[in-house]
Design a protein around this ligand. Structure first.
Ligand SMILES: Cc1cc2nc3c(=O)[nH]c(=O)nc-3n(C[C@H](O)[C@H](O)[C@H](O)COP(=O)(O)OP(=O)(O)OC[C@H]3O[C@@H](n4cnc5c(N)ncnc54)[C@H](O)[C@@H]3O)c2cc1C
Length: 450
């Protein structure tokens, strides 16, 4: 019988393990709860109206249409039984079981609110297309509401945007909201002046972009300040609600910021599938819910079960796209060796390819080995690399055209928002926790709570 490989997740990890097995004599089932491969690093451009969701999330089925040894299915994996080597999954109310000889778990990580999941209602994270479109609706709606508000305090609350978390996502998001206000919307309103909007970037650490080192962090902070972003460091969020948030500063003082639109770009939490398999295999999960794998990226006692990408915890390996891709290529090589009865590859070794983040148009920071780039050159490098990493030729071409139009005109062509996106999360609150599960299962939502 042909060796059956089940891959959970069609992110960087899942897609690259599947592609790397294209020549292997295996039967692959690739399962994801969505129908697309999401390029998460550009979600903030969807949220701020530069790109459309289709440009960063091509259909997985289409990407893999020529690869004959894979079957793509859309489904939410709910159970994994390491003993019987089966997984249980469903698409709405259709339930299925799939058996495997090798299993690759690449279900990634979600947003962590550090024990305060209630913040999610008022400060969406940045992990999915749903998140990005909901944020787009909230950002543009804040300007619209400010235009018709009469109370100056209300106008100020609506024109204050707070981004929590000064890693690459937070920095890019804050920079883009600022550019939107300064350049795109500057002359479009009659009663409000969008350039007067406040954009505040908050972090508990003492510098922005802490993973980039002190020098680049300081440069990014200066660039943000010049752009008009208020950077607040050494500050922890102690409460967050519909109309604002409270910060506790390093000296113990507290500050309330009135802001309707908040973005949460801090903290990750491994997919629940990690805990599920760790319990069965006796593996440990770290504080972020990621599974501590051995240096062959497998679970103890289960050399046929790989945990890769953002869901794996391995010293010195960060949760970034190159790590997901390299771990996927390693898992594929290991599976191919088993199928062909060859010796398994040696231990996994991660190669650090560096990091980069954009701050604004023509401004970015790049760290590659000992090399540090800033400004226009860094921005060009960022542009080129991200363009190359987008899956699909059509998506690459249309992204390039859209970037050219946006950068030359300061305009943004993806400003459509729908009512459903705007009220999405507040409506979901009525459905209770784990909303995507009930929605995918097609369960009738419980009666809304008042
Ligand atoms: C906003 C943002 C910006 C980023 N910027 C950068 C950057 O600039 N550079 C960089 O290198 N990295 C960046 N990253 C990190 C990078 O995107 C991740 O490291 C990478 O996507 C991890 O790949 P993965 O395959 O492990 O997980 P993911 O890409 O998260 O994929 C996981 C997949 O599993 C699916 N899934 C989850 N649970 C289930 C389930 N129960 N059943 C079925 N399917 C399931 C999900 O739908 C998803 O498609 C960024 C991440 C974010 C969120």
């Amino acid at each position: 019988m042909t060796h059956r490989v089940v891959v959970i997740g069609s992110g960087f990890g899942g897609l690259f393990v599947t592609k790397s097995l294209r020549k292997a004599d295996v039967e692959i089932t690739l399962i994801d709860r969505t129908s697309h491969h999401l390029f998460q690093p550009l979600l903030y451009q969807v949220a701020t109206g530069i790109l459309s969701e289709g440009e960063i999330a091509p259909s997985t089925r289409e990407i893999l249409r020529r690869q004959k040894n894979v079957r793509v299915v859309q489904g939410l994996v709910e159970t994994i039984d390491l003993e019987s080597k089966t997984i249980g999954w469903r698409f709405h109310d259709e339930e299925r079981t799939s058996a495997y000889d090798s299993l690759v778990i690449a279900s990634g990580a979600g947003q962590s609110y550090f024990g305060n999941p209630q913040y999610a209602t008022f400060a969406p994270g940045m992990k999915s297309i749903d998140d990005a479109l909901e944020l787009r609706a909230r950002i543009f709606a804040a300007f619209e509401l400010a235009e018709i508000a009469d109370d100056p305090e209300e106008v100020s609350r609506l024109l204050t945007f707070v981004v929590v978390g000064a890693g690459p996502t937070g920095v890019e998001m804050a920079g883009q909201i600022r550019e939107l206000a300064n350049r795109t919307l500057a002359r479009e309103f009659r009663r409000i002046d969008p350039t007067k909007a406040r954009v505040i970037l908050v972090d508990g650490a003492g510098q922005v972009l802490s993973a980039f080192g002190e020098q680049l962090g300081a440069k990014a902070e200066r660039d943000l300040s010049r752009l008009g972003v208020e950077v607040v460091l050494h500050a922890m969020v102690t409460s967050l609600d519909a109309t604002g948030l409270t910060l506790r500063h390093a000296d113990g003082s507290t500050e309330r910021i009135e802001a309707v639109c908040k973005v949460w770009a801090a903290g990750v939490e491994g997919s629940p599938l990690g805990r599920l398999v760790a319990e069965q295999a006796g593996a440990t999960v770290d504080r972020a819910g990621r599974v501590e794998v051995n240096d062959h990226l497998t679970l103890p006692g289960h050399p046929e079960v790989y945990v890769i990408g953002d869901l794996m915890s391995l010293p010195g390996v960060p949760g970034v796209a190159p790590a997901a891709i390299q771990s996927a290529q390693y898992a594929a090589a290991s599976i191919a060796a088993r199928v062909e009865d060859r010796p398994a590859p040696g231990p996994f070794a991660y190669k650090d390819k560096g990091s980069m983040a954009t701050i604004a148009k023509y401004e970015a920071v790049v760290r590659v080995g000992p090399l540090r780039l800033t400004g226009f050159l860094a921005w060009l490098a960022w542009l080129l690399l991200h363009l190359l990493m987008i899956a699909g030729f059509k998506q690459q071409v249309s992204t390039l055209v859209r970037w050219a139009l946006s950068f030359l005109s300061n305009g943004r062509s993806e400003r459509v928002t729908t009512n459903q996106q705007l009220v999405g999360r507040l409506a979901m609150e009525h459905l209770g926790g784990h909303t995507s599960g009930p929605l995918m299962r097609g369960e009738v939502p419980p009666d809304p709570v008042d």
